[in-house]
Design a protein. Structure first.
Ligand code: SAM
Length: 257
């Protein structure tokens, strides 16, 4: 997977070089290119924003530097594209351009799976201020598949944190990017229920004991307990998920609380 991020704060995303994401880059599974938008602003002050037409509070990111930054990514993507064989299926070769925005569709685990499985190049355009001149997104439609995506129903200072969250969520679903891929199987938001509570040594801590069943060695009983916990927890914390949980997802032994 190749990621390109255009931002006025490339250093904000440097922590993505750490831990398992860093390893995924070292092994070549993932390539992360950070571009400073100011490198595409050519006045003395490297200006990337200006006052909004029509008035109002805040500043708007200028079209010119965004256009040049995206041109440069497109050019490098074209020169890296694999040769197309005559019998290849026709496909939309435009890279995906994700524009973080509180006005986008909300990101979730299903979208993360879709991106991990279907994409090989994602460009991110996190904005600051009041966002990017809308003409950039209109123009980009001709060269990218443009997707405005929200991290959730709240407003951040800028899109960098949203990009970091999406890159983490997508990368860990790429085969080979997880230390233990089995951890993905029973995760919250994968099977439609939240994950069960987890414990480690010591078995007693501040007078609180690990549930006895987990020490029993009885794998069937442990699996049953974990399943019950998933259901209980999802009822308590995310009733909206229970409401959409498919009828055929319930096990005969499940207690529908
Ligand atoms: N005035 C804009 C609005 O109300 O839609 C919000 C601008 S916000 C201060 C600046 C930038 O932060 C946005 O353009 C976007 O890139 C990013 N941002 C803020 N909240 C976000 C969210 N919930 N999800 C994704 N990106 C967000």
């Amino acid at each position: 997977m190749r990621y390109d991020v255009v931002t006025i704060f490339p250093e904000y995303l440097e922590p993505l070089r750490l831990s398992l994401l860093g390893k995924a880059q070292e092994s070549g599974l993932v390539q992360l290119n950070l571009h400073n938008l100011r490198d595409f602003a050519f006045d003395r002050h490297k200006t990337v924003d200006d006052t909004p037409y029509g008035g109002g509070a805040g500043m708007v990111m200028k079209a010119e530097p965004w256009g040049l930054a995206l041109d440069s990514i497109l050019n490098s993507a074209l020169s890296n594209q694999p040769a197309v064989t005559a019998d290849a299926e026709p496909h939309d070769a435009r890279p995906l351009l994700i524009v973080p925005s509180p006005a986008g569709k909300v990101f979730n685990q299903a979208k993360a799976y879709e991106l991990a499985e279907q994409e090989h190049h994602i460009v991110f355009a996190p904005a600051r201020y009041e966002g990017i001149d809308e003409r950039v997104l209109n123009w980009a439609e001709d060269h990218f598949r443009v997707m405005p995506v929200s991290l959730g129903d709240y407003v951040l200072y800028g899109g960098e944190v949203a990009v970091m969250a999406m890159i983490e969520a997508v990368t860990r679903l790429i085969p080979g990017a997880m230390g233990n891929p089995e951890s993905l199987d029973e995760e919250s938001h994968t099977g439609g229920l939240l994950e069960y509570p987890v414990y480690t040594k010591p078995s007693v801590w501040r007078e609180r004991e690990v549930p006895a069943v987990l020490l029993s060695g009885n794998h069937a009983a442990i699996a049953r307990w974990r399943r019950d916990q998933q259901i209980e927890r999802t009822f308590a914390r995310r009733f909206d998920m229970i409401e959409t949980y498919p009828e055929d997802g319930w096990d005969k032994k499940d207690r529908k609380l």
